[in-house]
Design a protein around this ligand. Structure first.
Ligand SMILES: Nc1nc2c(c(=O)[nH]1)N[C@H]1C(S)=C(S)[C@@H](COP(=O)(O)O)O[C@H]1N2
Ligand SMILES: [Mo]
Length: 342
């Protein structure tokens, strides 16, 4: 007998949305005498702290923008094609976190359209046999680009399903050749205050000490799920999504997926990532999606899925361990206390 094994990461959202959460929400909305109206009160039924404070999501905030994205050829990776529903393209382009352009969800699309991505250079340095520099064309041509549909889960308790285009970080690191004493891979976003208003003003950029930094252990970085993304929905990335190249680590909170990368350093010292530097009690190094480890200020047990419709029509669903990628990555953490190393 042939048993078709469906990976948990490939289940449909409809199979995951907990009915009780959904009913609950409908009753609260009904109780307020509101159906799907855009009264701010309805969102209290299921919003996280962040949802309530951010002035975002009427229908996304900014507009998709005037930046020219070009079509990209990619091979569909058959293992990652069945995730549904996808978040609509306009939402992925208009609801962003990219503090270099401002802290509002609409700021990156509004203020990022003039951002220059070509020429670009990305250096790979540190504990590698072949240090290298990749230029704009290399990012799109040097590696085989594939399409993968991945969940994306922000630490703020909202999520999207995104059809990324990119290549594995492992393929890049293999070309660079990691030395045997290497332990971490550190990533750095471009520092360009003239083009990034959030880097020019601490007020606009949420008091972050730029450049934005992220890091993974070598074992995490070599996991075949990790992508260097250069596009989404069949085209190159828009600035608001981290053009021309950004990281995608689908089992970790979104802040690990650093945008607009100019430097990758292989090192033997554990780097301090940007959000950990800002709030070490709230954001850790690992940042694995975990429904059982709450953020000190809000629950991580469920999330608002950003799909069709406005914030009030969107469903809440239970958060999955490692964002649904448990089969692929749980072994990386088998001896680790995930409550302590969050
Ligand atoms: N350089 C940089 N990278 C970043 C961020 C940022 O502010 N600056 N925000 C992170 C957060 S919190 C999230 S949720 C994702 C959002 O990616 P998206 O806007 O493409 O969905 O980008 C991450 N990468
Ligand atoms: Mo995030």
């Amino acid at each position: 007998m042939l048993i078709k094994h469906t990976k948990k990461s490939q289940l449909k959202e409809s199979q995951l949305t907990s009915e009780s959460v959904y009913k609950d929400r409908r009753n609260i909305i009904k109780g307020l005498g509101l159906t799907a109206l855009s009264a701010p009160f309805t969102s209290f039924a299921n919003a996280s702290v962040f949802d309530l404070f951010s002035s975002d999501d009427k229908s996304g905030g900014g507009d998709s923008g005037t930046f020219k994205r070009t079509p990209l050829n990619a091979t569909k990776n058959a293992d990652f094609q069945s995730l549904t529903p996808l978040t609509p393209e306009d939402k992925i382009l208009q609801y962003n976190n990219f503090y270099e352009f401002g802290t509002g969800k609409g700021d990156p699309s509004q203020y990022g359209q003039q951002f220059q991505v070509d020429p670009w250079s990305l250096s790979i340095e540190g504990l590698v046999d072949n240090p290298m520099t990749l230029y704009y064309e290399d990012l799109l041509k040097k590696f085989e680009i594939e399409e993968r549909l991945y969940r994306m889960r922000c630490v703020e308790a909202w999520s999207m399903n995104i059809p990324w285009l990119g290549f594995t970080l492992a393929s890049l690191l293999k070309q660079a050749g990691i030395k045997s004493n290497a332990k971490f891979v550190r990533f750095e976003t471009v520092y360009d205050p003239e083009q990034m208003r959030g880097q020019k003003s601490r007020y606009v950029g949420g008091s972050i000490d730029f450049p934005y930094v992220e890091a993974l252990t070598i074992a995490e970085a070599m996991n075949p799920l990790v992508l260097m993304s250069v596009g989404l929905y069949g085209k190159t990335l828009a600035p608001q999504n981290g053009a021309p190249i950004r990281l995608v680590v689908p089992w970790k909170y979104g802040f690990k997926s650093i945008k607009s990368i100019v430097k990758i350093t292989v090192t033997d010292k554990m780097p301090i990532n940007t959000w950990q530097a800002i709030g070490p009690n709230e954001y850790g190094f690992f940042a694995n999606v975990n429904p059982n480890v709450d953020h000190p200020r809000w629950s991580q047990a469920s999330e608002r899925f950003i799909g069709e419709g406005n914030v009030f029509q969107q469903s809440r669903k239970p958060t999955l361990m490692f964002n649904g990628y448990e089969e692929e990555v749980a072994s990386l953490y088998k001896d680790i206390d995930l409550k302590r190393y969050f």
